[in-house]
Write a protein that binds this ligand. Structure first.
Ligand code: PGA
Length: 252
């Protein structure tokens, strides 16, 4: 049985006090959703300590949106994975398309970030996904394959057991345009096959989340697909009610 996960990527939204309110809202409503669903919230760095406090005593887990590629030292403005772990983070989103696109993250950097995450006991939520041109040219399978081979294939079997993948087509992120449930299933099944080519049976246990304009109205249909194990949610994670309603989308 694979883990069912609904993770909220708050991106650069909310002030700290608003983030605390949002986290409290998720904790307060969490009981209305099956305990089989694992909720994770990923606030900005500045909110982590306060949100960790707000989550205390609940099963809602904490994640960060990024970490440094180095362990510590003279890297002005960076935040080390050890610092995130010390604040109570269990997860870290790595390789989000916004970071690849706006901050030039390459597979080389991401290999280092993955190593830092594992060295500090964090589970990476590793994002893959094609842009619109690549989808229209029919290259989406090759794009996600390369993103996996260049980074995930470098993991040990032990590390792979602690990995979450998020498939996020860039054309669906924040656009209101969602992949259809069939499109999601098609590529999730492909991703699982690429993982199985390297890690064998363990690939059947790896949660693969869908991300890109996932909302209460479409989550149930997408989550019903065999190889979709939940969602990485942006915009709809900023309202506790919507975020929780997405969790209710699990019917399997
Ligand atoms: P979205 O973002 O739900 O706002 O499309 C998803 C993401 O980028 O993680």
């Amino acid at each position: 049985m694979r883990k069912k996960i609904v993770a909220g990527n708050w991106k650069m939204n909310t002030l700290p006090a608003e983030g605390v309110e949002l986290a409290k809202g998720v904790v307060a409503g969490r009981g209305e959703v099956c305990s089989c669903v694992n909720f994770i919230v990923c606030p900005p760095f500045t909110h982590l300590a306060m949100v960790a406090e707000a989550l205390k005593g609940s099963d809602v887990e904490l994640g960060a949106q990024n970490c440094a590629a180095e362990a510590k030292g003279a890297y002005t403005g960076e935040v080390a994975a050890s610092m995130l772990a010390a604040l109570g983070c269990k997860y870290v989103i790595l390789g989000h398309s916004e970071r690849r696109q706006y901050y030039g993250e390459t597979s080389e950097t991401l290999n280092k970030k993955m190593a830092q995450a594992y060295a500090n006991g964090l589970t990476p939520i590793y994002c893959v996904g094609e842009n619109l041109d690549e989808r229209e040219a029919g290259k989406h399978f090759d794009v996600v394959k390369a993103q996996i081979e260049e980074v995930v294939y470098n993991l040990t079997e032990e590390q792979f057991k602690n990995l979450v993948i998020a498939y996020e087509p860039v054309w669906a992120i924040g656009t209101g345009k969602t992949a259809t449930a069939d499109q999601a299933q098609e590529i999730h099944a492909y991703i699982r096959k690429v993982l199985a080519d390297k890690f064998g049976a363990a690939a059947a246990e790896c949660p693969i989340l869908y991300g890109g304009s996932c909302k209460p109205s479409n989550a149930a249909e997408i989550f019903a697909k065999e190889d979709v194990d939940g969602g990485l949610i942006g915009g709809a994670a900023l309202k506790a009610e919507d975020f929780l309603a997405i969790g209710k989308g699990f019917q399997k």
